[in-house]
Design a binder for this molecule. Sequence first.
Ligand SMILES: C[S@@+](CC[C@H](N)C(=O)[O-])C[C@H]1O[C@@H](n2cnc3c(N)ncnc32)[C@H](O)[C@@H]1O
Length: 374
Amino acid sequence: MLLLLLAFEWNLDWKHLGPPASWASERYCVRKIDGAGGHSSDFGLLGVPWCKSKIPVEWSKSELLFGLYDFLPVYATRPVQHNQWGTRLDHSFGLWFLARRLQPEIIIESGVHRGHSTWILRQAMPNASIITLSPEHPRSHESEGPFYVDAKAFYFTEENFTDFASMDWDQVLGDVVRHRFRVDKAKVLVFFDDHQSHLKRVQQAQQAGFKHLVFDDNYDTGSGDEYSLRQICDQLTTGGGHSCSLSSREAEVRSQRKRAWERAVDMTELCSMSGAWWGIRGEMRDNFDKIKVPISHQDHIENYKLVQSMLQIYWEVPPLASPSLSYQRAYDPARTVGPLLGEDEREVYNRLGLDKLDEWEFSEYIQMAYARLK
Ligand SMILES: C[S@@+](CC[C@H](N)C(=O)[O-])C[C@H]1O[C@@H](n2cnc3c(N)ncnc32)[C@H](O)[C@@H]1O
């Protein structure tokens, strides 16, 4: 009955979940602002940077919503209930949905922490081979509370840890995982939650022959600790589209939003002293902020062109709910695509039991991205 009601309440014809076509021309314009309240109309107010897809994704908004209906009872049984420093509700759902939709035979996870995302992947794909890479084993987090170790997964951790770039993937997939059966790299999903530059990860994944990539921390321009796909795809126009002038309309809007949203980025965070706005104040960050390389705007454009030439699909998981429902105050909707459940959908939100969850669960949305390489 609930499924039927949901089917009527949601527009089942909404096929393409990229930004609406109307945004394309106003991606970097500042639209009219009526406060910073987190209403559905706030979404995309400051433009949404977006790598271009050659083809649309194969799933619809209604499929995501039905997926959410199936996912929430699974999520309720997670062993790591409070996944500090890892994926929370929005990204856990995005990862689970993508894994189920893509049906990979092998999943590579780079960045494991306490094992929550490994658990999510296992719930989505009970029979897939999972390979996890991380300097530490989840059990090393025992003192922080529950952790998850997957009995069937291959762990490359601690003394066996090898970075994704240095793995001999043909050997590992062919000999270790598949016991010499042929591996179809198009049936491998790679999940990166390791805070390494997305530019290098995309290049390394392509070199290894992988096609399906999911990136957890897809930070907005001016924020984060790695050069993200979103930062790479933020604008192409020569000289940049962000005005670094403190007297600009964008500066005014950003400082207004900074007061309302914890992770909103104002001009002082976005721009360097010399007016560079790309990456993080003109720097390409890597490895949890340990590496900071200043790049020119031309370098940034070249990176954009390179990534665009490699991508077939770029898709950002939408946030689950409008902040007017979830009350989260961390990410700023002005820089994100519209939510799955808008402010008028409180009844559905409550019926799904989302109103019972702590707002903390909704506060780690960082534009998780699915990138399909050509
Ligand atoms: C944000 S946590 C991962 C959270 C986890 N995916 C989750 O949602 O439950 C990042 C993890 O990346 C690990 N890490 C650091 N450098 C790495 C590297 N080069 N390759 C893979 N993992 C790395 C860290 O030790 C940490 O466990």
